[in-house]
Design a protein around this ligand. Structure first.
Ligand SMILES: Cc1cc2nc3c(=O)[nH]c(=O)nc-3n(C[C@H](O)[C@H](O)[C@H](O)COP(=O)(O)OP(=O)(O)OC[C@H]3O[C@@H](n4cnc5c(N)ncnc54)[C@H](O)[C@@H]3O)c2cc1C
Length: 496
């Protein structure tokens, strides 16, 4: 096929993580035809769904760096974004606890660095104030960041993507980009496993795949290594003891062990931070769990193995710069090598906090080269889907009277109803996996981790999509939870 026969997009975004989805949402403010190419079956299936969900304050990064600037900007935007998009966000603050004179001196350096970066709401607190803020912590003093917070990383990404789709952006899942070429007319032709796409602009927002896409664009030589972070997730029972994330004193390269909290009341222990060349392995080793237990107990002596409900890990893409050091966010347009291609490299932490600020920075760079016309129809507000568990008894009764699906609780741990599961399955991006339902509703995320609701969710997904049980996937294309019947069909009905 001649490339001119392909539909022409204004912008192709490679990667449906939080950064790609933020770019799609922010670009949909302009009159542009936008597509997002994602190799997985949904958004948020890589690093954007495997992090701590902390809205960082911006004090931990070198002054003058993009990490510092875009983190501070992203932090300031989070309240408004949460209002518009309807994801959970709480500006609960955060403490960095210490005990020794050296740690006190280091925290003062971090405070000064934060102020240089423009981070606000930072101050040292003594032991009494620390324990008034977080009674369960062990520590003699702390740096308190009152503007840090926590957010739901799954729904943040999903809501950016859904709002982008609502404003006209198109998502193509299961489309791994395998090749990119530039045509003599200056347009980009992007080959995926299943299709060809053509666009005037390309954005590399491929996260852990950023080095490969950069090579495909002709911007070669980036060295990316992974930093693998293991975490333990504790039952919501322990949530009230962690009102805000508790961090230890950071070094220049490692944030240190933390005991954090999620917007849904769980507690997180982590991370391990191990360098790795394998950017696809998400296993968690027992010796790391033992290490996290021992280290967390030093600052929060309430860890009980009986409260573990899950372990997980995420991998940060760290770009090693020309000096052999971990690089800043690299966001560039190489007009000499790859005009009209925005290359994002090494978008590690604080990429979640900074994502929308990154997107606006990217668009400003694009607009320096080509002004875009405003999309007057852009709607920043994503329609809300009610969460039954958060409603008053009167509101719950009203919904059940309108539709009995609100009265059927499918996930008992998190109190998620059939109506919420159906609404998640019918979302604007489509729903091909059980994990898509999990990330949107929190079914299968409670104490029993799906022991009760998983089969019910599977059945609803099969019925809604009109597929056989063997066709269902949990998360990945070949991740089938069912592969045949244990018992045959009974001609009288039921099973035998
Ligand atoms: C353990 C951990 C904890 C963290 N905690 C925090 C935190 O508390 N606060 C914070 O601000 N930040 C945090 N971060 C950082 C933050 O999660 C990341 O910076 C952010 O999620 C990066 O988003 P992204 O969209 O760039 O990458 P991703 O989410 O990885 O998205 C990239 C997407 O590109 C797709 N892709 C890759 N290659 C291809 C290809 N060839 N074709 C098509 N698609 C492709 C991938 O499938 C993926 O969906 C943490 C990270 C980790 C690992």
């Amino acid at each position: 096929m001649d490339h001119k026969d392909l539909q022409l997009y204004d912008v192709l975004i490679i990667g449906g993580g939080v950064v790609g989805s933020a770019c799609a949402r922010e670009l949909s403010r302009y009159r542009l035809r936008i597509a997002v190419l994602e190799k997985n079956l949904d958004v948020c299936f890589e690093t954007s769904g495997r992090n701590t969900g902390v809205c960082h304050g911006g004090f931990a990064y070198d002054p003058g760096s993009l990490k510092a600037r875009l983190c501070v900007e992203g932090n300031r935007m989070m309240g408004q974004l949460s209002e518009e998009l309807g994801f959970a966000f709480r500006r609960c603050g955060k403490v960095l606890v210490g005990n020794t004179e050296e740690e006190y001196a280091r925290l003062l350096e971090v405070l000064a660095q934060g102020e240089t970066n423009g981070a606000t709401g930072l101050r040292m607190v003594d032991e009494a104030e620390l324990h008034a803020l977080v009674p369960s912590v062990v520590g003699k003093f702390a740096l308190f960041s009152e503007n840090s917070g926590i957010l739901d990383p799954f729904m943040f990404t999903v809501s950016l993507a859904e709002n982008a789709a609502q404003n006209g952006a198109e998502y193509f899942f299961d489309n791994e980009v395998t090749g990119i070429r530039r045509e003599p007319d200056g347009t980009w032709v992007v080959q995926t496993l299943h299709a060809l796409f053509r666009a005037r602009w390309v954005i590399n927002a491929a996260g852990l795949g950023c080095g490969k896409i950069s090579d495909m664009l002709g911007i070669t030589g980036y060295k990316i290594i992974g930093s693998k972070d293991d975490y333990i997730l504790l039952d919501r029972r322990m949530g009230p003891l962690v009102p805000m994330p508790i961090y230890t004193v950071p070094s220049n390269t490692y944030m240190g062990i933390h005991v954090s909290c999620t917007v849904h009341g769980n507690v997180l222990l982590g991370p391990t931070a191990e360098a790795t060349d394998d950017l696809t392995y998400y296993g968690v080793a027992q010796h790391n769990l033992d290490y996290l237990y021992a280290e967390s107990m030093k600052i929060w002596p309430y860890v009980k193995r009986g409260d573990y409900i899950r372990t997980y890990c995420g991998i940060l893409p760290k770009w090693i710069d020309e000096n052999g050091k971990i690089g800043d966010f690299r966001i560039e347009i190489r007009d000499d090598i790859a005009p009209r291609a925005v290359n994002l490299v090494g978008i590690e932490s604080p990429g979640l906090t900074a994502s929308v600020a990154i997107a606006r920075y990217v668009i400003a760079m694009m607009q320096e080269r080509e002004p875009f016309a405003e999309n007057d129809a852009f709607d920043p507000v994503r329609p809300r889907r009610p969460r039954f568990a958060d409603l008053s008894p009167e509101e719950q009764a009203r919904l059940i009277a309108e539709d009995p699906d609100w009265g059927e609780v499918v996930c008992r741990c998190e109190k998620i109803t059939r109506a919420e599961i159906l609404s998640a399955i019918r979302n604007p991006l489509g729903c091909a996996t059980m994990t898509s339902v999990k990330y949107r509703t929190r079914s299968m995320m409670g104490r029993c981790q799906g022991g009760y609701c998983q089969m019910r969710v599977a059945k609803m997904l099969e019925e809604e999509r009109g597929i056989a049980p063997e066709e269902l996937v949990y998360m990945r294309r070949d991740g089938h939870p069912f592969f045949g019947r244990v018992r045959g069909e009974d001609p009288e009905g039921g099973t035998r």
